[in-house]
Design a protein around this ligand. Structure first.
Ligand SMILES: [Zn+2]
Length: 462
């Protein structure tokens, strides 16, 4: 006994030595990482949402069921101030589509309506197709180059780890309909904005502008776009019969679901972590963005079980992101009107699939960079490197940063993201449990440190 006691004390000292020497906040964050890596809660929430609700189109009955799902789960996890902030929006439905190549190469092509596209007149349109190698080639065309024609905007998409190929490739989808209509086109087909080789077309929002007629717009799958390009070499004046019944359906309701862990010392300083609850209607929306919902809910729950943060942690599950960040803009509007928008001390959103977080970008005051570096060092063993200083927070959160909120982006590996993005293939079998746990660990440790770090964070200098 007399011999064993010093040995026991020595062991005890050795065990606590690293804890005592490291900063308390870092030690706490490391403990959260350990717990998150051992937890499957984020995966279970993702599975539950995407299985029980399935596709969750903005403004649909399914999106309303997803809000009820979120409230129910926030309640059972023991969150505070759970509520829904609803808003009205213009509803849209996809309808049916048929794209038929005319003689002598008569055959169908696989396509899908772009989100918020109008339909064709009843009976469809039949017109010659004009192909543009990419969006820039369309911009170079004359004002009346497409009178009475269907425009086909081809072009690739560069596969990248950080998703940077999406911005340029996405132009043909986002504003192609307007540029084609301006030149007289009566319909638009685009090559899918995606890196897949399967025959699932990638949907995604398009837009119109006042002064030009809204024209029906659809995406072809990548192999079908290849096929059309080959057919047009054989017959440059090839015509297509295009029928689409997508349409707007009047006013519908969407909403943001909000839950909190109240802060102990600075309850009016809010650390906001977000994801979006809606998805497109053509898949259960697992990587976009069911898994983001699972990650931020589980990270907050791990924190709640760990201890009360000094600042308030607010989880926001935005509605109607895919159709134009409606939920995020509504959040800014409502909270600016209420006078509490400036309580947001940091915003971060998980909306880039289930790949591992590998980089931390900041959009904060220069004076706070050392604090961000401190957090990044804790995340480094999880594979997170120091990134750019120009973070806008991505998707929904960009609406909040434009309104002045500081942001940090936890950038995920998106190498495979655009193989599945906005296609029927965005299903649960495509995500990896250990990758989801890594994301949750990053979010838990990061959010805890932001919510407790001395001095907090401030918006970037203008
Ligand atoms: Zn998304």
């Amino acid at each position: 006994m007399t011999l064993r006691l010093p040995v026991f004390l020595l062991a005890l000292l050795m065990f606590f030595a690293p804890l005592a020497s490291a900063d308390e906040l870092e030690a706490q964050a490391n403990e959260l990482i350990k717990r998150a890596l051992a937890s499957s809660l984020s995966y279970e929430l993702t599975e539950s949402l995407t299985t029980e609700i399935g596709p969750r189109l903005a403004g649909s009955a399914a999106e309303a069921r997803a809000r009820a799902w979120a409230v129910r789960n926030f309640e059972s996890l023991g969150f505070d101030k759970i509520h829904i902030e609803t808003f009205d929006m213009k509803g849209w439905e996809r309808g049916q589509i048929s794209i038929q190549v005319g003689a002598p190469y008569t055959q169908p092509l696989m396509g899908t309506a772009l989100g918020k596209s109008v339909g064709t007149p009843v009976g469809g349109i039949t017109a010659p197709v004009v192909r543009f190698a990419d969006y820039a080639a369309l911009l170079a065309a004359d004002d009346d180059a497409l009178t009475g024609k269907i425009a086909f905007i081809d072009g690739g998409m560069v596969r990248t780890q950080d998703g940077s190929g999406y911005g340029a490739a996405g132009l043909r989808r986002r504003v192609g309909a307007y540029e084609a209509a301006k030149r007289g086109a009566i319909g638009l087909l685009i090559r899918s904005v995606g890196t897949s080789h399967h025959r699932n077309p990638h949907t995604g929002g398009t837009s119109y502008r006042k002064g030009t007629p809204p024209i029906p717009a659809a995406a072809l799958s990548n192999p079908d776009a290849d096929q059309l390009a080959r057919l047009m070499v054989l017959k440059p004046d090839l015509s297509i019969h295009f029928t689409q019944t997508s349409r707007f359906i009047g006013t519908v309701q969407s909403g943001n679901v909000i839950a909190e862990i109240p802060g102990s010392e600075f309850p009016d300083e809010v650390v906001l972590i977000a994801a979006h609850l809606d998805s497109w209607d053509n898949s259960p929306g697992v990587q976009d963005d069911g898994v983001g919902v699972g990650i931020v809910m589980a990270a907050a729950k791990l924190i709640q079980d760990f201890g009360q943060p000094k600042r308030t942690i607010r989880v926001v599950l935005f509605g109607a992101e895919e159709v134009g960040l409606y939920g995020a803009f509504e959040y800014v509007r409502a909270h600016q009107a209420a006078g509490d928008f400036d309580q947001i001390m940091m915003v971060t959103e998980s909306d880039f699939g289930a790949g591992r977080v590998w980089r931390m970008d900041t959009g904060i005051s220069k004076n706070d960079e050392a604090k961000a570096d401190r957090i990044q060092l804790v995340l480094a063993p999880l594979g997170v490197t120091k990134g750019k200083r120009t973070a806008s927070g991505g998707s929904d959160v960009s609406a909040l940063t434009r309104a002045g909120a500081p942001a940090i982006s936890l950038v995920q590996n998106g190498w495979n993201y655009f193989d599945l993005h906005h296609t029927p293939d965005d299903t649960l079998d495509k995500i990896d449990r250990s990758d989801v746990a890594q994301n949750t660990a990053v979010y838990a440790a990061y959010t805890w440190m932001v919510a407790n770090i001395e001095g907090g964070f401030h918006p970037p200098e203008k």
